[in-house]
Each structure stands twice: as structure tokens, then as C-alpha cells.
Write a protein that binds this ligand. Structure first.
Ligand code: ATP
Length: 236
């Protein structure tokens, strides 16, 4: 397994956000984590990226224990996070945002990788010198994903990437997720668009109040839509 999470615990004071969670993502796999608001999905991803502290359990990536590694070390280990709400630096240019994504790398390789990002996303290329604030919501999401790509990840964790996007952009986003996966990047996808997420993922986990309440192959979860929706409530 590329990513292996065992008995992971995340607490904020008395609030037990993630409870003894077990999860794995294999090389080249797309795995989705579903759940209603407050189920603990973002806390899981933040803990996996070293942004909130882990109170129990272990995280291993590519065979190395990274439970106590810093965010920067995780990026260097090729584990990237595209956070909820994108969190790009809107007062900086598109190009500066991409340079920041590769701050652990240097030299011409980085610039040529950024050039290939501009080829892949011509809208970003056309606005490379513009402040990121002028980008549309969809372009900002592309920038957030591109910033993660610059670090040359083997696994990208995406936190609700389709949030706030129009249906056409949502379709494009899911196509991009499939393409990145075909290029060899494993994906851990937190989504509120259950249908789309189960279409692209191999396997899924459903969380409720910090615990995994359902898991399995996406096809089986999609067939069990009634049960999945019961856990997701009005959101699905
Ligand atoms: P959403 O889709 O709304 O982001 P989620 O499934 O990602 O939901 P989390 O954001 O991980 O859920 O929240 C899990 C629990 O932890 C919730 O009860 C939330 O209120 C709590 N929580 C999240 N962040 C913090 C924090 N910084 N301090 C205290 N409690 C927090």
C-alpha cells in the first residue's frame, strides 16, 4: 500500500473528530471518503498532511512511518494536499503560486514543469502574471491542483474540490482527476458529490461522527445508495 492509516485519532480538546480510523490507498488507486458535514473528513486529510496533530495511531507512506513528519517533509515525500476552499494566495500572481508549490525544488526542471502546467491549462498560462484573485472559481481550483502537481506528488489528497463549481466545471474536474490518475498519481478524494466520486473511485469509505460506518468497492457502495445517503443526510 502507498498510504496506510491505522487507528488514527484526531481530537480538538474534547471533540473527538477522527476515531481509530483505518484507511489505505494503493499505488495508482482513487479512493473516496464521503460523509456529512462535520463527519471528520477534513480533519482526516489535515492530519494526514501534518496540519493538525495526531493523538493516536500511525500513518505510513511508501513504507515509511510519517506519523510525526511535518507538512514540508510530507510534501518532500510526494504527498500533496489540495485543501478545502483552495487556499491559493490571491494577492500573489498565478506564477508565484506555482513557484510556491515547488519551493522544495529548484532549477530549470521546476520551470519546465510549470510550463507544462500552462500547456495543460492554457487559461492559467494566459494569466501567469496576473493576480490569482482575477481567476474564476474553476480556474482557482485548477491553480490549487496545479500548485500541488508542481511538487511532483505520488498521492494527491483533494478536499471537496467540486464545491462551488458549475456542473460543466465539475465534469472537467472529474475528468482531470481520472487523467492524473492515469498518469500514475494516486488520489484520496473527499467529496460531497457522492455520485461522481463513486464513479471515479475504486473504493470508498463513509464517515459519520469520526468513524468509518461503511466501506467497500465503489460499485457496491453505489448500489447501496440508500444506505450511503442515509449517512450523508440532506447533503447527498
Ligand atoms: P465539512 O464537510 O463541514 O468540512 P468534515 O467532515 O470535513 O466536515 P471536519 O471539518 O473534519 O468535518 O470536522 C469534524 C469535527 O471536528 C466537527 O465536529 C468540527 O466541528 C470539529 N472541528 C473541526 N475543526 C476544528 C477545530 N479547529 N477546532 C475544534 N473543532 C474542530
Amino acid at each position: 500500500m502507498l498510504l496506510e492509516v491505522k487507528d488514527l485519532d484526531v481530537r480538538y480538546g474534547r471533540n473527538h473528530a477522527v476515531k481509530e480510523m483505518n484507511l489505505s490507498v494503493d499505488e495508482n488507486e482513487i479512493v473516496t471518503v464521503l460523509g456529512a458535514n462535520g463527519a471528520g473528513k477534513s480533519s482526516l486529510l489535515k492530519a494526514l498532511h501534518g496540519l493538525v496533530s495526531i493523538q493516536g495511531g500511525t500513518v505510513s507512506f511508501d513504507g515509511n512511518d510519517i506519523t510525526r513528519a511535518s507538512s514540508a517533509e510530507r510534501v518532500q515525500n510526494n504527498l500533496a494536499l489540495v485543501p478545502e476552499g483552495r487556499q491559493i494566495l490571491v494577492s500573489m500572481t498565478v506564477h508565484e503560486n506555482l513557484l510556491l508549490g515547488g519551493y522544495r525544488r529548484q532549477g530549470k526542471d521546476l520551470l519546465s514543469d510549470i510550463d507544462s502546467i500552462y500547456e495543460r491549462f492554457p487559461n492559467l498560462g494566459a494569466r501567469s502574471g496576473a493576480q490569482a484573485s482575477v481567476l474564476s472559481g474553476g480556474e482557482q481550483q485548477m491553480l490549487a491542483i496545479s500548485r500541488a502537481l508542481v511538487a511532483k506528488p505520488r498521492l494527491i489528497m483533494l478536499d471537496e474540490p467540486s464545491l462551488g463549481l458549475s456542473p460543466i466545471l465539475v465534469d472537467q474536474l472529474f475528468e482531470l482527476i481520472k487523467t492524473l490518475n492515469k498518469e500514475g498519481i494516486a488520489i484520496l478524494l473527499v467529496e460531497q458529490n457522492t455520485k461522481k466520486a463513486l464513479e471515479v473511485a475504486t473504493r470508498g469509505y463513509v464517515m459519520e461522527l469520526g468513524s468509518v460506518v461503511l466501506k467497500g468497492l465503489s460499485g457496491a457502495l453505489a448500489e447501496d445508495a440508500g444506505l450511503v445517503h442515509a449517512y450523508l443526510g440532506a447533503q447527498s
